[in-house]
Design a protein around this ligand. Structure first.
Ligand code: WT7
Length: 652
């Protein structure tokens, strides 16, 4: 089932009629947003309840050396009050969060806005009693349980800055993040059930905290009731404290530009960076994009399958939907447990209207056959979304035909941790879709295609280059935590005057956008972003490894797999055991998501005479594309390439 690139799927009359935004409205709003961004965003920010209204909309400079991004800067608001309190009068009894547990035999929970208020206030009071105040950092290392949302909102309520660490990260990765933002408290749970197995989160946290300041406290949520070690004075029992905690906590008055959260993400060099998002602009953007992209209507049941450990979970499970008074579904499990029909079972059970997932999940389920989908009644579905990586036309078609029965527009949302919300996506009632295309810029977004060498804007259609964005939007990241210089260097130095996305893109003959993948040393494994440099530094930290080079290669399910070239110390011999050990080593250093797919022993790496590893060549070898290695004459020792080709590892 392949689609010609020209395949175009216009929205049906029915969808257009019921949508918030049709084609004419999009054109009108888009034009306004570009011609007069101040007016446009001032109006959009009215969807937020401000404690003190802003008078200044935008203060932005993209000048390298002086990058400054501020939105609504003299306004004051509280994010938790926007996501909860202001809905209480009209929808106190409406379900805010549907929680679906890992085990389908365990009961789902329906948490009303009233209950969300109560639980968030209690959590906020617990944090305050542990000494957390405005501006303090709190690391959240939790499974996908309602307490994760309470914890985020509790931080927002008291003005603390949360930094969520995905529960799949290792103790070392957790420690690095706790130390990186100098957190006062880590919130974790005893164990995280996932796919029928349990991850010992508390014992991971124990191991991490050995490498952190002694003053860091640990708040422990009981999820499974599993045994944990306990350090009196350091560890706090959430479930017990919640029984005593006060039911009300006053929302703090926050400035629009106060940080709301830090989220660590991988870059092409060095250690992960702490992406900082602030308050007023972020919430405005998350809420608007949630409503418009998914065409969310009051009363709809909306489900994003991401984990709150990623930005998708921040903007599109918690902040965007709750700011809109939506019912948002939170799923603890995995798509294939107890079988490959789980997503569709949950859609049927909770009558899901908008469903948002990642291409890697679609590809994995597609391989299991259509019978897992056809068993279930999916007639409530209206809009399908994808995010995280380019979606191949086969997966797009399967999603469209088998899941959506050809009736549900697919919104292929392109964005990044840095952007806070969607930057490009078709809108359900306004745009035709094309399998694999992100199609159209969101309001206020001016994409430009640049020549990678000259940095000049490439005008017209049918062109390809690097993707940059002109000017700012309210959801944009403001800085790298503790390192504004790195922020400027990463995003504003290569192409002066633009925000550089790190992605390549094509604007087709019809003027629609296609993301072609990263142009830097970031790889995308199952929608998880990974710096090849991180995996390399994990590998060389092993005593047997002299040198390592890591590249991505096409992987049928994961999108990209992790391919490692490893040069051993002189006194070490390659062996299957050592290969296993290195794989385990990387899992321990970073987490299972960084587990190498392929390790190839490399007696030497292709380097220029100045010692720079030529990754282009390594990528080609990993891709099995030996015909186009390009010029190898500048290599210090061209013969290493022949050796790498001859011994190219067979992919598992
Ligand atoms: C990178 C950002 C945005 C939340 C999840 C990932 C790739 C993301 C798409 C898409 C093609 C996509 C880009 C981007 N990406 N969405 N719809 N089509 N590529 O966030 O971890 O910050 O990764 O993911 O390469 O730069 P992230």
């Amino acid at each position: 089932m392949t689609t010609p690139e020209s395949a175009v799927y216009p929205p049906s009359e029915d969808i257009i009629k019921n949508a918030h935004i049709d084609a004419a409205k999009y054109d009108e709003m888009y034009a306004q947003s570009i011609q007069n961004p101040e007016k446009f965003w001032a109006e959009q920010a009215e969807r937020i309840t401000w404690i003190k209204p802003f008078t200044k909309v935008k203060d932005v400079s993209y000048d390298f050396g002086n990058v400054n991004i501020k939105w609504f800067e003299d306004g004051q608001l509280n994010v938790a009050a926007n996501c909860i309190d202001r809905h209480l009068a009209t929808r106190g009894d409406q379900t805010a969060i549907i929680w679906e547990p890992d085990d389908p035999n365990e009961d789902a929970k329906h948490i009303s806005y009233k209950e969300l208020h109560l639980k968030t206030c209690r959590m906020a009071n617990i944090l305050e009693s542990m000494g957390v105040g405005k501006g303090d950092r709190v690391v959240i290392y939790l499974p996908m349980i309602p307490e994760a949302a309470y914890a985020m909102l509790a931080c927002a309520r008291i003005g603390a800055i949360h930094s969520i660490v995905f529960a799949g990260f290792s103790p070392d990765a957790l420690a690095a993040r706790v130390n990186g933002c100098d957190a006062k408290v880590v919130i974790t749970a005893d164990e995280a059930p996932r796919g029928g197995r349990k991850t010992p989160l508390k014992s991971n946290a124990d191991a991490a905290l050995l490498h952190c300041k002694e003053s860091v406290k640990c708040l422990v949520v009981r999820r499974t009731g599993g045994q944990t070690t306990w350090i009196d004075g350091r560890d706090y029992d959430y479930n017990e404290m919640a029984l005593e905690a006060n039911d009300y906590c006053k929302p703090a008055e926050m400035n629009s530009e106060d940080p709301l959260f830090i989220l660590y993400t991988s870059g092409s060099t060095g250690q992960p960076k702490g992406v900082v998002h602030t308050t007023g602009g972020y919430l405005t953007y998350a809420a608007l994009t949630h409503e418009v992209t998914f065409d969310y209507h009051d009363g709809d049941i909306y489900w994003c399958t991401a984990d709150v450990g990623w930005v998708t979970g921040h903007s599109y499970i918690v902040y965007g939907p709750l700011a809109n008074g939506a019912t948002t579904l939170m799923f603890e499990g995995v798509p294939t447990y107890p079988d490959a029909g789980r997503f569709w079972a949950v859609c049927e059970k909770h009558k899901v209207n908008q469903f948002y997932t990642a291409p890697t999940a679609i590809r994995a389920l597609m391989g299991q056959g259509t019978e897992f989908v056809e068993k279930y009644d999916l007639s409530d579905l209206k809009v399908l979304g994808t995010v995280g990586e380019p979606i191949n036309p086969e997966a797009w078609n399967w999603y469209n035909d088998v899941v959506g029965k050809g009736k549900c527009p697919i919104v292929d949302t392109w964005w990044q941790t840095e952007t806070g919300g969607h930057l490009m996506t078709p809108l359900p009632g306004a745009h035709a879709t094309k399998p694999g295309a992100a199609m159209k810029p969101f309001f206020g977004i001016e994409p430009v295609v640049l020549d990678p060498q000259s940095g000049a804007e490439i005008e017209g259609n049918g062109v390809e280059g690097v993707l940059c964005i002109k000017d700012s939007w309210p959801g944009q990241m403001r800085t790298v935590w503790g390192d504004h210089e790195r922020f400027e260097k990463t995003y504003f130095s290569d192409y002066k005057g633009y925000y550089f996305t790190g992605d390549g893109c094509r604007r087709d003959e019809g003027g629609d956008y296609w993301i072609t993948g990263r142009v830097d040393d970031v790889i995308n494994v199952s929608g998880h972003r990974m710096g090849t440099a991180e995996v390399e530094s994990a590998l060389v930290a092993h005593a047997a490894v002299a040198e390592a080079a890591v590249v991505g290669y096409p992987h049928e399910i994961k999108g990209q797999g992790i391919y490692c070239y490893v040069t051993l110390m002189n006194d070490r011999e390659p062996s299957d055991e050592l290969m296993k050990e290195l794989r385990q080593w990387v899992r321990t250093e970073i987490g299972p998501i960084a587990s190498p797919d392929v390790i190839q022993w490399a007696p030497g790496l292709p380097k220029t005479r100045s010692g720079k590893i030529m990754r282009r060549i390594l990528r080609k070898i990993a891709e099995n594309d030996f015909g186009s290695l390009g010029d190898t004459s500048t290599l210090a020792d061209p013969s290493v390439v022949d050796d790498l080709i001859t011994n190219r590892a067979s992919k598992g």
